[in-house]
Design a binder for this molecule. Structure first.
Ligand SMILES: [Zn+2]
Length: 440
C-alpha cells in the first residue's frame, strides 16, 4: 500500500481502458529506443503475431505479482469475497482472466505510535489479514487457490492447476519490538517482510516520513536501528525474505550489508526514470544486484511518471472549489456535485495524461539495462494505489507480457521477470535459513 499524502483520483472512473491493439500501436516507437534480445525479429512481427507469441509465453511462464493489498475485512464480507468478480483490482476471477498465476497478498499495517496500544492495534490488524488470506485458501476456495510456503510449493501448486497465494508483510510494526514473533509469522506463511512503511519505525528510517508524527523529526536512526539489525538476522534465520521497499536509502543499504540472504524490493520503481522518494536510484539497484537480489518494479502511477506541479495545482484548485479535504468528502458529495467534480478530474487527466503500461515498462527496461535481467521483476501494488493505463487490474495482466514481447524480450527473459528471479531469491533465502539453523 502506498497511500502517500495525496488523495484518491477517480482514475478508473474517468478513463476507459485502451484495447490491446490501440495500446500496442502507441508504444511501438518506445521499444525501438531500447532494443533487446530478439528485437529485430519482433519488429517483423504483425500485431496478431505479437499477441499470439505473448499468449503462448504467458501461458508457459509462472507469473508472480509480489505486491497486492487487501482490505481489513478481506474474505469476511460479501463485497470482499475474493471468489467474486468485484470492485477490487484483484480477485480470483480476475487472476484467471488475466493469467496471473501467483500473488503475494499483503499483510499491511500503517505506521502508528510506538506505544503499547499502537503495537496491540497493529498486531490485531496483521492477524486479521493473515486470517483473511488463510480463510480464502483453506476454507473458501481450496479448490481454486493454495497457500505456498516455499518456492517448490509455488511450482507444485501451479502444476496442479491452482492459483498460488503467498504472504508478504508490509511494515514490521505489527510485532511491536519482539523479533521472536517472526517465528509465528513464518508459521502463518509470511515469506517476506518490509521493516518500515511510510513513517519511521522502531526498525529503521523510511523513504517517506509519516505525518504528523515525524514531520519535524530528522532521520531518527540514520538507517537501520539496532532492533532492525536483530530483525534482519532473525528473518534470515527463518528464511523470510527481507523487503527493502519503503525503507530509506540508508536503511536499505544497511539491510543489504547486513543480510546473509539476497533481498527483494517488493514494490519500488526506478528513480532515474521517475524521481520519486519511493523509487530506487542506480546505486541501490547495483547494490541489490551485487547481493543477488531482485528489484520488483511497480506499476503505481505516481512512481512511474512524475507529474508537473501544474497538475497538483489544478487538483488543489478543484478540490478547494468542492471543499474536499479527504476521500470521505468526495464520497459525501451529492450526485450533481459529484458529477461536476468527476468531470473536473477527467479534464485534469486529459491535460496531464496518467502513466501508461508503456511508461511502466520503461522502468523495467532501464533496470534491465543497468543491472541485468536476473535482478528485475514485476509488481502492481493493486488495491494499494497501483495501476497504470493498460494494466489497471489483474484481469489485464496479459498486457504486460504483450508489451515485453513487443520490446523484444525473449521467453527466458520474460520468465525471469515474471517470477523466475523471485523464486531464485526465495530459494536462496530458504538455503541460508537451513545453513543458519545448522541442518543443511
Ligand atoms: Zn507500499
Amino acid at each position: 500500500m502506498n497511500r502517500l499524502p495525496s488523495f484518491p483520483t477517480p482514475r478508473a472512473a474517468v478513463l476507459s481502458v485502451l484495447p490491446l491493439l490501440a495500446l500496442a500501436s502507441c508504444t511501438s516507437d518506445q521499444g525501438a529506443e531500447t532494443p533487446r534480445t530478439g528485437a529485430a525479429a519482433v519488429s517483423e512481427l504483425s500485431e496478431e503475431e505479437i499477441m499470439e507469441r505473448a499468449r503462448e509465453i504467458h501461458a508457459r511462464v509462472i507469473s508472480i505479482d509480489t505486491h497486492i493489498d487487501i482490505p481489513n475485512n478481506f474474505a469476511a464480507a460479501p463485497d470482499t469475497d475474493p471468489g467474486v468478480r468485484g470492485r477490487f483490482q484483484n480477485d480470483l476471477p480476475k487472476m484467471r482472466e488475466g493469467g496471473l498465476d501467483a500473488a503475494f497478498f499483503i499483510v499491511y499495517v500503517g505506521q502508528g505510535d510506538r506505544t503499547p496500544e499502537g503495537y496491540a492495534n497493529a498486531n490485531q490488524v496483521a492477524r486479521t489479514k493473515f486470517d483473511g488470506i488463510r480463510r480464502m485458501a483453506y476454507e473458501m476456495y481450496p479448490d481454486q487457490i493454495d497457500l505456498a510456503y516455499s518456492a517448490a510449493d509455488v511450482e507444485r501448486i501451479h502444476a496442479e492447476g491452482k492459483l498460488v497465494a503467498l504472504i508478504g508483510v508490509e511494515n514490521a510494526y505489527g510485532i511491536g519490538t519482539d523479533v521472536a514473533q517472526w517465528a509465528r509469522y513464518h508459521e502463518l506463511g509470511a515469506r517476506y517482510v518490509s521493516l518500515t512503511h511510510n513513517g519511521y519505525s522502531d526498525f529503521g528510517d523510511a523513504a517517506v516520513r509519516g505525518a504528523p508524527r515525524d514531520r519535524d523529526a530528522d532521520a531518527q536512526w540514520g538507517g537501520l536501528s539496532p532492533l532492525g539489525e536483530e530483525a534482519v538476522d532473525e528473518l534470515n534465520r527463518l528464511g523470510i525474505m527481507v523487503d527493502v521497499s519503503h525503507a530509506s536509502k540508508e536503511t536499505m543499504m544497511d539491510i543489504v550489508a547486513r543480510s546473509r540472504a539476497p533481498v527483494i524490493a517488493s514494490h519500488s520503481s526506478i528513480k532515474a526514470v521517475a524521481d520519486h522518494p519511493r523509487n530506487l536510484d542506480d546505486e541501490q539497484l547495483r547494490a541489490i544486484a551485487a547481493n543477488n537480489g531482485v528489484a520488483q518494479t511497480t506499476a503505481l502511477g505516481g512512481f512511474v511518471k512524475v507529474q508537473p506541479q501544474e497538475r497538483a495545482d489544478a487538483v488543489a484548485e478543484l478540490r478547494a472549489a468542492f471543499r474536499i479535504e479527504s476521500g470521505a468528502d468526495i464520497q459525501a458529495l451529492d450526485s450533481e456535485d459529484r458529477a461536476n467534480f468527476d468531470a473536473g478530474m477527467a479534464d485534469i487527466e486529459a491535460r496531464f495524461p496518467p502513466a501508461t503500461l508503456a511508461d511502466y515498462i520503461d522502468h523495467v527496461d532501464y533496470a534491465v539495462n543497468l543491472v541485468g535481467i536476473d535482478h528485475v521483476g514485476i509488481s502492481s501494488d493493486f488495491d494499494g494505489g497501483g495501476g497504470v493505463v493498460g494494466w489497471m487490474d489483474t484481469s489485464e495482466t496479459l498486457n504486460v507480457t504483450v508489451e515485453l514481447v513487443r520490446r523484444g524480450y525473449s521467453e527466458e527473459e520474460i520468465r525471469k521477470l515474471w517470477g523466475g528471479n523471485l523464486l531464485r531469491v526465495m530459494r536462496d533465502a530458504e538455503r541460508v535459513a537451513r545453513e543458519l539453523q545448522g541442518d543443511s
